[in-house]
Design a protein around this ligand. Structure first.
Ligand code: ASP
Length: 323
């Protein structure tokens, strides 16, 4: 385990699932906190290393959008949605435009939002909402459902959400990645996903996660992202958590809520709770991935047992982007 100061050592490339890397920063003087992830996959396998700078730019733009909301006294929910919207619009990340593709070459998008007062909304296999995170929020705020599968254009239009043709989400880089996976040129990690967690000036927490799922997944396959408690969870007084990684293991291990339960019932600090859950639920399943969390006190934790994880958070003085 590594527990360095923010910006610590380079990620261990060993890729051993039992190697858990943790990064944490204490509560910010500002009274609010925000953390983002852009997936815990394999940068090298997915796109060119030359794109590292662009990933940083994307994370910075998303962090800036969410931070502006929080600094102005806005809600944690608005902040995580603003940040995730930017990452969905950025074709480098596996969410929204540029999402990972199914075996059929289609984009089926999943997203979830949850607020610390126990409200949640999610969409799965969404093909028409430009920003699935906003569709998930509409499910939470304007429907009787918690999880809606394949919301149609009529429903999205009725919610005044921007709709796009399914081709909007496809990018040449993702189509090439799919060919590489199908031709077995690419053996490594096939996951990605984006997410944000925040605590606002009023102490409210929220989490949002959005994904195209696993590269080459079968049509109709849904991972952990839109499953409350698996890939996304928030509870006031405890914290907010957003996950990325091999979704089946995150669902079977109910990973996000397992972390929250350790904090809530055992009083375990967030960083140790994340490490314990990764060891208990991911490592035995041979699965890799990562989590970001804000604790109720505003401290931020990033933890992963994948070789790397894209993340952004503030160490108090400056923005830290991990790529
Ligand atoms: N967890 C996502 C899923 O299984 C994939 C990812 O995080 O990259 O659908």
């Amino acid at each position: 385990m590594s527990r360095p100061a923010a910006g610590g050592p380079e990620p261990d490339p060993s890729g051993e699932p039992s190697h858990v890397q943790l990064f944490q920063v204490g509560p910010a003087a500002s009274g609010w906190a925000l953390a983002l992830h852009g997936g815990a996959g394999g940068r090298v396998e997915e796109l060119s290393l030359d794109a590292a700078g662009d990933y940083r730019q994307g994370l910075t733009a998303a962090y800036t959008a969410g931070a502006a909301v929080l600094a102005a006294g806005g809600s944690a929910l608005d902040a995580v949605c603003a940040a995730v919207e930017r990452l969905e619009d950025d074709p480098l990340f596996n969410a929204g435009r540029g999402a990972a593709l199914t075996a059929a070459g289609t984009a089926e998008l999943d997203a979830c939002v949850m607020t610390g007062d126990g409200r949640a909304g999610a969409v799965a296999a969404c093909r028409h909402a430009r920003n699935p995170v906003h569709a998930a929020r509409k499910v939470m705020e304007d429907s009787a459902a918690v999880l809606l599968v394949a919301p149609g254009e009529d429903r999205l239009n009725g919610w005044h959400l921007e709709t796009v043709p399914p081709e909007y989400f496809l990018t040449p880089a993702r189509q090439q990645q799919l060919r590489n996976v199908q031709d077995r040129v690419l053996q490594g990690s096939r996951h990605g996903t984006v997410g944000a967690v925040a605590v606002d000036l009023r102490g409210r927490v929220a989490a949002a996660t959005s994904t195209g799922g696993m590269v080459n997944q079968s049509e109709g396959r849904v991972g952990d992202t839109p499953i409350v408690g698996a890939g996304t969870y928030a509870r006031d007084g405890v914290g907010a958590i957003s996950c990325t990684g091999e979704g089946e293991a995150f669902i079977q291990g109910v990973v996000a809520v397992d972390v929250a339960a350790r904090v809530r019932y055992l009083g375990t600090p967030m960083a140790q709770a994340i490490e314990a859950t990764v060891r208990a639920e991911l490592v035995p399943r041979g699965a890799t991935g990562g989590l970001i969390a804000v604790a109720a006190d505003g401290s931020v934790v990033v933890g992963h047992n994948s070789p790397m994880m894209f993340a952004a958070y503030s160490d108090g003085d400056r923005l830290v982007t991990r790529t």
